[in-house]
Design a protein around this ligand. Structure first.
Ligand code: KMH
Ligand code: ZN
Length: 416
């Protein structure tokens, strides 16, 4: 109400920039622990008038991380407007059925290196803080994709080893691994895992993460096939699925007790778990597993978004999950290390989610398990071209891509 500046109760457009200045300041604080300075706007668009009495919601995101600069985008939406009608009080107002975009802008902020602060213990924030290198996971086989859908799908141990090496060459540092039987059907057979892991390790030093999700309908014992490998034959990590979801026309069943049992088996095998989160409530189950001592923070979680029947793959959903993971850390993580996250977007959501992960400071997963197309209508010639494309998204966001050694350090770290 205090801001009308022109006739007709119009609010000055510069007021939107003042809101963006506050958003930018918060982002600098979250990223670098300092208020920073707004250096320049490279674009500002005023798209609808703002009147006295309108309520504006201003949002911002970091979309590229430079050495000292942070590139940001901003939006201002009108969400509440006064209702002027005969018989109504002059203070009558209502929520708009659809928010109205009134201003959009992008600009650059600077936090000088000497002012940048590393997070202190307890400062877990919303999960921004200047991110480290982006870990790219390649999900090269999966359980659902078929050769008929994409002829480049690797099936034999030798093919899996060769494809893993191509992905590592392209920038992947983790291989998410499923195996197949002679006929190309999903299998969780220990011997097949052993052969595939050996073929991967003969060619590259990527982190090997075996699936305990397997395929729809498998028993728990069957799903845990890879956990029977020991010593040098064992993988580095194993997935842990914590919740039941609709999975297209099927149901991916993860009963509470079964999840706990798999968590126990992963811990007994001394493997690092990657918690697969397909829906918001799965983080609550994860918190319960932490409480029960079946998981130990810092965690590494994979947000798998866009499965038909579970949480959809939107930036807003991803932001919410990242925020909730930070809350989980606050409640359950006493290690001083922050939990890490990655995102796997299913189907056409693969690259939008990969881009969001790169910008938001997370890690990402691509591969034929999740998506078979390089772009609309163009089949990917294996998972390696998908990794290459993800690398370009990381570079555009100013993120370095983790080497296998860095991924090992970040994922396989042991809290004291
Ligand atoms: N194939 C899906 C039903 C995992 O690897 O842990 C389960 C899955 C998850 O792929
Ligand atoms: Zn999988």
């Amino acid at each position: 109400m205090s801001k009308p500046h022109y006739g007709g109760n119009l609010v000055d457009g510069a007021h939107m920039l003042s809101l963006f200045g506050d958003v930018a300041t918060e982002l600098c604080i979250r990223a670098d622990g300092d208020e920073g300075l707004f250096r320049a706007y490279d674009s500002v668009e005023f798209l609808a008038p703002v009147y006295s009495g309108d309520f504006i919601e201003a949002r911002g995101e970091i979309v590229s991380w430079g050495r000292t600069s942070l590139k940001m985008v901003f939006t201002a939406h009108k969400i509440v407007a006064p209702i002027v009608a005969p018989g109504l009080a002059p203070t009558a107002a209502g929520i708009l059925p659809e928010p109205i975009l009134v201003c959009r802008a992008s600009g650059t902020c600077v936090v000088p290196t000497e002012l940048r602060r590393a997070p202190r213990e307890g400062e877990t924030g919303m999960g921004l803080w200047r991110p480290g290198p982006c870990i790219i996971t390649a999900a090269i086989v999966g359980a659902e994709t078929t050769r008929a859908q994409n002829p480049h799908l690797p099936l034999s141990a030798e093919e899996i080893g060769a494809e893993a090496a191509r992905c590592a060459q392209a920038g992947a540092s983790v291989i998410h691994l499923h195996v197949r039987d002679e006929a190309g059907n999903p299998s969780q057979d220990r011997d097949r895992f052993r052969a595939a892991i050996a073929a991967i390790r003969a060619r590259t030093d990527v982190v090997v993460q075996c699936s305990t999700g397997g395929a729809i309908g498998m028993s728990i014992d069957e799903r845990c096939g890879a956990l029977g490998l020991t010593g040098a034959e064992a993988p580095d990590m194993a997935t842990l699925n914590v919740g039941t979801i609709n999975f297209g026309d099927d149901i991916f069943v993860n009963k509470r007790g079964d999840t706990m049992e798999i968590a126990r088996r992963i811990a007994a095998a001394h493997l690092v778990p990657e918690v697969e989160i397909y829906d918001l409530g799965h983080l609550d189950i994860t918190a319960e597993l932490c409480e029960k001592g079946l998981l130990r923070a810092p965690l590494h979680v994979q947000f798998v978004l866009g499965v038909r029947g579970a949480l959809s793959a939107s930036r807003d959903n991803l932001l919410l999950l990242v925020e909730r993971l930070a809350l989980l850390d606050r409640a359950h993580n006493r290690s001083g290390l922050r939990s890490s996250w990655g995102v796997a977007g299913i189907g056409r959501h693969e690259f939008p989610m990969a881009e969001a992960a790169a910008q938001l400071g997370g890690n990402l997963r691509v591969g034929l398990e999740d998506n078979i197309f390089l772009e609309k209508g163009v089949l990917a010639a294996g998972s390696a071209p998908l990794v290459e494309k993800a690398v370009t998204l990381c570079q555009a966001a100013g993120r370095k891509v983790a080497t296998p050694a860095q991924a090992r350090e970040l994922l396989l770290r042991k809290p004291a």
